[in-house]
Design a protein around this ligand. Structure first.
Ligand code: FE2
Ligand code: FE2
Length: 158
């Protein structure tokens, strides 16, 4: 099946690369949280890494349906990510990636609407919904740290 517009292929390839990067960041931050003795935070970051991998797989499946694929890493190497070593810097690094994911998905949805591709629009909207939840979680965590301090944060986590 051909894509409605070749522009959509480029957009999904870009989103795919962002998802690979987001998953890598969360995996790295999860292991850092574990090393810091913060198992609940590790679990939350791991859960988000799994979400990002599902997003990536949805995008990959759609590209495959079109007879396309993601760009090879050689052409689009994932940026170094997840190098932060403490809780607040980790959350602070996650937030801009999530915000830019939301912007990229919103732009992708508009491109799908313009091309008349409602099915791909729904796929992007599903991913966008999770990114919005992720931003909410990060903002809640940062707010909690501000109120009670990073040292008490793990115990107060739900
Ligand atoms: Fe994602
Ligand atoms: Fe996300």
């Amino acid at each position: 099946m051909k894509p409605r517009s070749t522009k959509l292929v480029t957009i999904l390839q870009g989103l795919y690369a962002d998802e690979v990067r987001a998953e890598a960041q969360y995996r790295s931050h999860a292991s850092t949280a574990l090393r810091l003795g913060l198992p609940k935070l590790d679990a939350q970051f791991t859960e988000r890494a799994v979400d990002e991998s599902k997003h990536r797989d949805r995008l990959g499946a759609r590209l495959a349906l079109w007879g396309e694929g993601p760009l090879p890493f050689a052409k689009n190497p994932p940026a170094t990510t997840g190098t932060e070593t403490d809780v607040e810097p980790m959350l602070g690094a996650q937030l801009p990636l999530e915000m830019s994911a939301i912007e990229a998905y919103e732009a992708g949805i508009l491109a799908c609407l313009a091309a008349g591709d409602n099915d791909t629009r729904d796929l992007l909207a599903e991913n966008l919904h999770d990114e919005t939840d992720h931003v909410g979680e990060i903002e809640t965590a940062l707010g909690l740290i501000k109120r009670i301090g990073a040292d008490n944060f793990e115990q107060a986590m739900m």
